[in-house]
Design a protein around this ligand. Structure first.
Ligand code: APR
Ligand code: PHB
Length: 400
């Protein structure tokens, strides 16, 4: 059996694991990342791409800010479309100058992977049978097999960071009598399309609530667009030809935007379910969870990647404080500190999802309430400001 030693063993090479590894390395804390999939598979995932300023700042802190600086598209507003009319929400004006940046998770993940490789840091891909040991003690370890070795490998460490996403193993190591899970599953999904066509609205992300359902117009660059329409979870991607998708998307937008829409062949098409989920606590002994491993938000508020980033900011700082002072205050406070921010983002994502989607069982009264809230929102500076301050991301010291 081969045994490696490090300070922090990170399970998962998605945005959370890679960003944590980068921040720890810059602070001189040794870390090893193990990942179930291949690098190519990780990069093939198409996920949301809206970054809060806190996340952009963190990428610069991690030494990979040039990608988002060069390729990110800064937005100062979002548009809400309902009853065939588009209403701008001037996010930057309403928040005293804050912005969001469109930059794909794929590009962010590639930036972090390339930096880690250039630094010669240890990342072990395509591991199987990952197991965690001794997380209740002071000498935890992670074991795994690789597809080219039959024998089990072990990483001895001080801490384990479970950055292995919703379907990972780390969360399973928190005892069932301690773990509390909170979940809401939504009665619809998002059909997403990526196409190499110019975004219909390069200056604002567009959210539409139409009688036919929700639609979203976003982008990955000025030549690559990302669009979504709400669809029943019973739908299959094969039910949706490109022509059907473009036709449905246009029907859900205001006439001017529909007219401007540039269509083209899809280069990616997928249906994703929507759920809200939080697992508490995010720490058990020497195991710390971050990102999708302990929370999921419906993508409406574009909070998934940003929450992973702030979890990692808090966790990296906690480890840095521990190694510098041998004091455990930071790691002891980690879970509660993250959960305050997580639950506010869960609330915002649930609220915006409830406001912008058609729910099969809330016609009549529910529909009228939704319409009244939308009309109130676009006329009320205070409610628009509330949307805006949550959309750009609450300040890190909001709960201090
Ligand atoms: N062993 C090793 N790696 C694992 C295991 C395992 N048992 N199980 C899962 N993984 C890997 C996955 O293959 C994935 O690459 O952990 C990684 C988790 O990455 P993400 O699911 O992307 O989660 P996270 O890093 O927290 O990023 C959150 O990703 O899903 C989006 O919307 C989400 O934007 C948000 C972001
Ligand atoms: C995206 O660009 O994929 C995106 C943008 C905004 C959202 C969700 C997804 O709210």
């Amino acid at each position: 059996m081969t045994t490696l030693k490090t300070q922090v063993a990170i399970v998962g090479a998605g945005p959370a694991g890679l960003l944590l590894g980068a921040l720890l390395h810059r602070a001189g804390i040794a870390n090893i990342i193990i990942e179930r999939q291949s690098p190519e598979y990780v990069l093939s995932r198409i996920r949301a791409g809206i970054l809060e300023q806190v996340s952009v700042d963190l990428l610069h802190e991690a030494g990979v800010g040039s990608g988002v600086s060069d390729g990110g598209i800064v937005h100062h507003s979002i548009d809400l479309v309902f009853k065939n009319t588009r209403h701008p929400i001037e996010v930057t004006h309403l928040t005293g100058g804050k912005v969001v940046t469109a930059y794909g998770q794929t590009e962010l993940t590639r930036d972090l992977m390339e930096q880690r490789s250039a630094l010669g840091l240890t990342s072990i891909y395509q591991v199987i049978e990952v197991d965690l040991h001794g997380i209740d003690g002071t000498q935890p370890s992670v074991s795994y097999k690789t597809t080219d070795h039959s024998e089990r490998q072990t990483i001895e460490c001080d801490f384990v960071a479970g950055c292995d996403g919703f379907h990972g193993v780390a969360r399973q190591h928190i005892p069932k009598n301690i773990l509390q899970e909170f979940e809401r599953v939504y009665p619809f999904g998002w059909l997403g399309v990526l196409a190499d066509v110019p975004p219909v609205s390069p200056h604002a992300i567009v959210y539409a609530n139409s009688e036919r359902g929700f639609a979203l117009c976003s982008m990955r660059s000025l030549t690559r667009s990302r669009y979504y329409v709400q669809c029943p979870m019973s739908d299959q991607v094969s039910d949706w030809s490109d022509d059907r998708f473009w036709d449905e998307l246009k029907r859900r937008l205001d006439p001017e935007l529909a007219e401007k829409m540039v269509t083209g062949p899809s280069i990616e098409k997928s249906i994703a379910p929507l759920r809200s989920y939080v697992a508490e606590p995010m720490r058990h002994g020497r195991l710390f969870l971050a990102g999708d491993a302990c929370h999921i938000v419906p993508p409406t508020g574009a909070k998934g990647l940003n929450l992973a980033a702030t979890d990692v900011k808090y966790l990296s700082q906690a480890f840095i404080d521990y190694y510098r002072t041998q004091k455990t205050l930071g790691i002891d406070e980690y879970s509660a500190k993250c959960l305050k921010r997580i639950w506010k983002a869960e609330r915002f994502s649930w609220w915006l999802t409830s406001l912008m989607h058609r729910f099969p069982d809330t016609a009549g009264f529910g529909q009228k309430i939704q319409e009244a809230e939308l009309e109130y929102l676009v006329k009320s500076e205070s409610l628009s400001r509330s949307l805006a301050e949550n959309y750009v991301g609450l300040p890190l010291d909001f709960d201090q």
